[in-house]
Write a protein of this length. Structure first.
Length: 289
């Protein structure tokens, strides 16, 4: 691939998806786009670029973007955020939202669904405690291919062996030939929708809890700051943001502040000094101690 094609793809990916592709990662273009060209019966990456450039084939651009996303995910990834969700976050919201009995959760880079289904399993374990509650989980992603997999809830043996406790496998999955399918009761707890984090958030509504894990790492500082600002806008003053282990708001945005001892969890920044209602909740204080 010539430098012209590389520059075109680099700029297009940044503009349309936020992905920053450095020259050291240019090998990824070859390995991921050759199969795309083949699938579309095109003569290699050069022809793919010609089609993407002339603007008459939006499906070519979409296929390029989807191929360049990294969809790595697994159940209860890094475990700690899910412990925090179970032991501290949910007890807080079950008290704080007694009046409305509504909790809204957004997985902003849901990929193949392991993250939202992990949250759904935790919620389901609450049993009678959430009877009569309206808990929405929305999973969004830029890639419709990966969302199809999430909606189908069909995983390989390898995928269900990564992070998923065996008792959850038995309880929430059915074996289908060589695969495991999430049971329909759990699948129905999660709604999925295609959504690009670079687009306006106006149509999304408000969320109490946002998981935006392992996606900001692909963006530059300015894009991260813009996305964090838009997330803050769609959260109430006691909203909570979960980021991935290699991500932070520090040095990028002052709209969120880290919660001491709850690594990877951030609350909407407040003008008030002193601990927030969330930090003062007995379950949160006990978990953090
Ligand atoms: C590495 S996965 C993270 C999955 C999950 N959150 C986790 O932590 O296991 C990153 C996901 O972000 C999605 N993504 C990348 N750029 C995006 C964008 N601009 N808008 C929405 N999703 C995007 C990718 O398609 C991919 O599925």
């Amino acid at each position: 691939m010539g430098p012209g094609d590389f520059n075109f793809l680099q700029e297009m990916l940044k503009r349309e998806s936020g992905l920053v592709l450095t020259e050291e990662k240019s090998y990824l273009l070859e390995s991921r786009l050759i199969p795309v060209a083949r699938k579309l019966s095109l003569n290699g990456i050069e022809e793919l670029v010609v089609r993407a450039k002339n603007g008459t084939s939006p499906e070519v651009k979409k296929a390029i973007i989807e191929a360049m996303t990294t969809n790595e995910s697994f159940f209860f990834r890094d475990i700690k955020p899910f412990d925090i969700f179970r032991e501290a976050t949910l007890p807080y919201y079950l008290d704080a939202r007694q009046n409305t009995r509504k909790i809204k959760i957004w997985c902003a880079a849901a990929s193949s669904g392991q993250e939202p289904y992990s949250l759904a399993m935790i919620l389901n374990e609450l049993g009678p405690k959430i009877a009569g509650w309206n808990v929405d989980i929305l999973g969004t992603d830029i890639s419709t291919d990966i969302l199809d997999k999430a909606i189908n809830g069909l995983y390989t043996q390898f995928e269900v062996q990564r992070g998923l406790p065996v008792q959850n496998l038995v309880k929430y999955f059915d074996k289908e030939d060589e695969h495991w399918r999430v049971k329909s009761e759990l699948r129905s707890m999660v709604k999925y929708r295609e959504f690009n984090l670079l687009d306006s958030f106006a149509t999304l509504g408000q969320f109490d809890i946002v998981f935006c894990r392992n996606v900001l790492i692909y963006f530059d500082q300015e894009t991260k700051a813009q996305i964090l600002a838009r997330i803050a806008e769609c959260m109430p003053p006691d909203g909570l943001l979960f980021l991935g282990g290699a991500e932070t708001v520090l040095g990028i945005s002052n709209l969120f502040q880290p919660i001491p001892k709850l690594r990877g969890v951030y609350e909407v920044a407040s003008k008030e000094s002193g601990p927030s209602a969330f930090m003062e909740h007995p379950a949160v204080a006990a978990f953090a101690s």
